[in-house]
Design a protein around this ligand. Sequence first.
Ligand code: KG4
Ligand code: ZN
Length: 337
Amino acid sequence: MQVLGIETSCDETGVAIYDSEKGLLAHTLYSQIGMHVEYGGVVPELASRDHVRKTLPLIEEAMQIAGLLRQDIQGVAYTAGPGLVGALMVGATIGRSIGFAWKVPTMGVHHMEGHLLAPMLEENRPEFPFIALLVSGGHTQLVKVARMGSYEIIGDTLDDAVGEAFDKTAKLLGMGYPGGAALSALAEQGDIKRFRFPRPMIDRPGLDFSFSGLKTFAVNTAATQGLDEQTKADIAAAFQEAVIDTLLIKCRRAIQQTGWKRLIVAGGVGANRVLRQRLQTMLANEGGAVYFPRHEFCTDNGAMIAYVGCQRLLAGQQDGLEIQVYPRWALESLPPI
Ligand code: KG4
Ligand code: ZN
């Protein structure tokens, strides 16, 4: 089955074609970040309008790259939530309409299920069951994945998501939006010993996270120390160190509690080099293994949506003719595959 996937939940328009036998045939992506950067965050109305402009040209491009004609497509998948309602409506309307015109079934996909299963697009893919660490701009969750389609959230953030904490701290240090990647690059030049940030929640049992205190700690450190270039790098390094330590401790705890020794990491923060390295070492010590999507599939993309849509369509699931999106949507409410 060859499935066209469309992702428009936030500020990236992603399109891909996934073949259940041959794997990924094509993917195209347009990032709107350059447009939102002057506002310091995503402007929902501008995001929707830009998805309207970009989605069809990207679909045409992906079809050309894959060398396919419309009659080669057997299903269409689009992100139906969670995300910005207007942005979601664009992808859902286009996806549903193409399905209607081409007379093929369509499937609304959960964006976080897409992130969660993105490692399945790689050659080195995990077997079920596994633990997933979802770390994006909007989510920080530990999820037990018994099998495809079965998700149990065992740890969640009580306040800021980890990507959000990265972005807010980056903003404090004078970086553009979203500053997570820039902050981690700056951290490479910092001295991790100069400041010691707290490791939130590690002394409490359980698997929940809290990151807003780290942001406050960064604000206070900046206020007392001033913000010369070296201090900025040292704050970035201390902040990143505290975040990674905290994530590591909770992942280890999840592995020990469940006895499941496979961990997958997904979402934009999964692109962080130090996090990847440290998790690899930790899992090796625990006798397990960690799996990551390639860098470009850590952040939003159409490939993960095409993949999940394909699995659900193959299982006989499909959406009705009415177009529905879910700005908030619990991962645990998804039907099994
Ligand atoms: O998954 P994603 O593309 O979008 C959401 O669905 O949220 O994640 C974006 C988040 C942003 O907060 C961005 O700053 C962060 O991932 N991010 C990073 C890195 N690259 C992206 N955070 C830390 N280190 C990085 N290298
Ligand atoms: Zn995402």
